[in-house]
Design a protein around this ligand. Structure first.
Ligand code: AKB
Length: 312
């Protein structure tokens, strides 16, 4: 159910705070990946493992002297609604396994949360770190559960649990699939291939988004932050918010032939309408110095050139 990896520095070095050994679950970003692409093997060992198999996870942690666990394995919002039972297993039972494992093995544990952890009764513009959270997707419910369980384990047992609520993450390296924010990746592929994108959201649907580079950097900086700097265990992180119309206009500055049509899908539109349009990340900025570097302009230039390079 997941492909796991860890960093493979000199095997005789003992792990230290500056040289953690990290197990990443589900880091390839999509469901049902059987085999990662060849270039991924270069950056560290991979194994096929199952987040529902506690013994298997424990073996990986012990045999590889893991000190940090980054738990990306999850079903996203749209695919979760289509398969609630599997979503409950992966997102909730899988999370319980990594919480127990992290506690038992004294690991620093990172679990991402999301804009999807908010719902129609949350403040939307902006959504603060602490407010009403009543999401209406199994994905959102499982993520709120993860935030609360991690914080409970932190306060009760001292687990070094850390959680960032990610916006829609935009990357040229993985194909979109399973999320509500996927259009914001697909539009770049379509712009460079057919020149036509049919968007499943209304043109004015504003959502928080982030370039993958900022997302990785935020995660690393947050994981490295000294515990004494953290006044919270779950933080919003923000970079930009845009609508399909705005990103299309920015892409058209590079590719004027891009045509976008709108055919809102009721499931995805309802989910998007229940999520924040902007994130308040002032606590992350104050506590551990979070600052994004990509705005819409930089994101669009980078996505177009990265996808173009891959295609040629
Ligand atoms: C999704 O759309 O489900 C994810 C998310 C915002 O968490 N990209």
């Amino acid at each position: 159910r997941l492909i796991s990896r860890w960093n493979s520095r000199d095997s005789v070095d003992l792990p230290t705070e500056d040289n953690p050994r990290i197990l990443i679950t589900g880091g390839l970003g999509q469901l049902d990946i059987k085999k990662p692409p060849p270039e991924v093997y270069k950056s560290g060992p991979f194994v096929y493992a199952d987040v529902l198999d506690y013994k298997n996870l424990k073996e990986l942690v012990v045999n590889n002297r893991i000190t940090w666990l980054v738990h990306y394995s999850a079903l996203l919002s749209v695919v979760g609604e289509a398969n609630v039972a599997l979503s409950r297993k992966i997102n909730i039972t899988g999370l319980h396994n990594v919480l127990d494992l992290a506690l038992e093995s004294c690991l620093r544990l990172f679990v991402p949360s999301t804009i999807g952890a908010f719902g129609p009764t949350s403040p939307r513009d902006p959504a603060p770190d602490l407010c009403v959270q009543r999401p209406r997707t199994i994905y959102g419910v499982s993520k709120v559960h993860g935030e609360l369980m991690g914080e409970y384990f932190h306060h009760k047992y001292g687990l070094d649990f850390r959680c960032l609520r990610y916006p829609g993450v935009i990357s040229a390296n993985t194909q979109p699939g399973g999320g509500t924010t996927d259009y914001a990746v697909q539009i770049f592929h379509d712009a460079l291939s057919t020149g036509h994108h049919e968007c499943y959201l209304r043109p004015d649907t504003r959502l928080p988004m982030m370039h993958i580079g900022d997302c990785h950097r935020a995660t690393v900086e947050f994981m490295q932050a000294p515990q004494c700097q953290l006044s919270l265990r779950t933080y919003n992180i923000a970079a930009m918010s845009f609508t399909p119309e705005e990103v299309a206009t920015e892409i058209q500055k590079h590719l004027p032939h891009l045509k976008v049509t709108y055919n809102p899908d009721p499931v995805r539109q309802t989910i998007a309408d229940s999520w924040p349009v902007r994130f308040d990340d002032s606590n992350a900025r104050r506590d551990w110095g979070w600052k994004s570097t990509y705005g819409l302009e930089e994101l669009v230039s980078d996505m177009l050139s990265s996808i173009y390079e891959k295609r040629t």
